[in-house]
Design a protein around this ligand. Structure first.
Ligand code: F6P
Ligand code: MG
Length: 443
């Protein structure tokens, strides 16, 4: 395809952009207002600065509602965060095609812009307390706490398998690889921005168990895992690293850590790099501090009272393994500002420090929906487009890519002829419901 398809726009009633802008964003922003209010209620010294932040949120809600023109980031904002220059560059380009307003502009760009815009309220508040404040922290913690049963089940599964991990034959290792990838894949069904839509906490918890994962096998509508296993040098004792571009904290991060333990224990790699976000992003995305919080929460008897009352051995094994690998620098947690730009991932080679870093990896696992949107540019590709074509220059960049994603946005590629029509007959919202998944690979 010589000319690229257009992106998804916020005023496209057939796109998931439309309910996102009209329903999910206001819910997320109103939740943020409540959170700042709660914080002020706990500490009256924060009243003045906090009220200013609340007013900024209210103004933003009005702007969304009135569909105002989206403005450039100003000099003060750019001084506080030079990365915002990239957003202005993109905005200028989009404006040349059509004036960008909140309700009509390109979905992926505006969604990324929104989280940077909110971040400015905090870093420019003039009150140091807010500078490192995570507006989504309360929600992240609450939801991970409610995942207690899923956490216990995975800890036990890991405990029973870990005894055999360093001496298994290739066939067993392969089967375990499939199982642990599956755990990490369906961990992505738990992103918290879903709570701003029609999905309940009960729905989220219901996808956290082994039985459900088994039943969901046929819901993986693209599955390149065999190819990934065959074409990646995943041999025991190989001296090389695997990278995971993380998505959500809480249960998904926990599932990714279980996958990491398998990869390290089985000696398929000797170094895992976990890539985090630098600012609160798409509600539940993992920041470096979330990794540390998660370990502290696993150790906390009050956080998981049931686990500690009934069966603490497995969780103790899991957190101590993670900690040991972390202390031995076999799990490395890092971040880069690129992950919170609006850019799609075809541009990674242009960011030489990040590109050179990723080139050291034998497999780069991209987790989740937003990463998939950025891999494919969030363009309106025909669904039978190959994954290779949809990731454009990235396909020949030498970066080996494995994307694990439950489908929560319109863009889906790699389907065989006829499957889209079949899925459409089953449910109109198959591409956005989070009930289907894709595993896409490009060497
Ligand atoms: O707000 C919509 C959205 O961008 C969807 O693409 C997706 O449902 C969600 O936010 C982020 O999902 P994930 O955490 O899997 O990247
Ligand atoms: Mg996310």
């Amino acid at each position: 395809m010589s000319q690229l398809p257009p992106p998804y726009y916020n005023d496209d009633k057939n796109s998931f952009a439309f309910p996102t802008v009209h329903k999910r964003w206001p819910t997320i922003l109103n939740g943020a207002i409540d959170d700042v209010q709660l914080t002020i209620d706990e500490d009256s010294n924060l009243k003045e600065s906090g009220s200013k932040i609340i007013n900024q949120f209210k103004q933003l809600l009005d702007d969304l509602k009135n569909d105002t023109k989206v403005r450039e980031f100003n000099e003060i904002e750019i001084k506080a965060n030079p990365d915002l220059k990239h957003f202005n560059k993109s905005l200028e380009k989009f404006n040349q095609q059509k004036e960008v307003t909140w309700q009509t502009g390109p979905w992926l760009y505006l969604e990324c812009y929104l989280y940077q815009y909110i971040n400015n309220f905090f870093i420019l508040s003039g009150e140091s307390y807010w500078h490192s404040f995570d507006i989504f922290q309360r929600l992240k913690t609450k939801t991970f706490k409610q995942s207690e049963l899923g956490v216990l089940e995975l800890c036990k599964r890991y405990e029973s398998l870990s005894k055999q991990l360093n001496k298994t034959d290739e066939e067993t290792l392969h089967l375990l690889f499939i199982e642990f990838i599956d755990i990490s894949l369906w961990g992505n069904a738990t992103d918290l921005s879903l709570l701003a839509g029609d999905v309940s906490l009960e729905d989220i918890k219901s996808v956290q168990g082994a039985e459900v994962r088994k039943k969901n096998e046929e819901k993986i509508i693209v599955n390149d895992l065999k190819q990934a296993w065959n074409e990646t040098n995943l041999k025991q004792g190989s001296n090389s690293r695997i990278d995971i571009i993380l998505d959500n904290s809480g249960f998904e991060l926990f599932a990714d850590l279980i996958l990491s333990l398998y990869l390290l224990d089985s000696n398929l790699t000797n170094e895992i790099h976990l890539h985090c976000k630098e600012i609160p992003w798409f509600v539940s995305d993992t920041m470096i501090k979330d990794f540390h919080d998660l370990i502290d929460q696993m150790k906390d008897k009050n956080f998981y009272p049931e686990i500690y009352k009934t069966d603490p051995k497995a969780i103790e094994l899991v957190y101590s393994k993670i900690e040991n690998y972390y202390n031995d620098k076999k799990i490395i947690v890092e971040s880069h500002p690129f992950w919170t730009l609006d850019y799609n991932y075809w541009l990674i080679p242009g960011f030489s420090d990040l590109y050179d870093n990723l080139k050291k990896s034998k497999l780069i696992i991209f987790k989740g929906d937003l990463n998939y949107r950025k891999l494919t540019g969030d363009l309106q590709w025909p669904k039978t487009t190959t994954f290779k074509e949809s990731i454009q220059d990235l396909a020949t960049s030498g970066l080996p890519i494995l994307s694990l994603r439950t489908c929560k946005a319109d863009v889906v590629v790699g389907l065989p002829e006829g499957l889209e029509e079949k899925l459409q007959k089953q449910a109109d919202n198959w591409a956005t419901s989070g009930k289907y998944a894709v595993i896409s690979y490009n060497k």
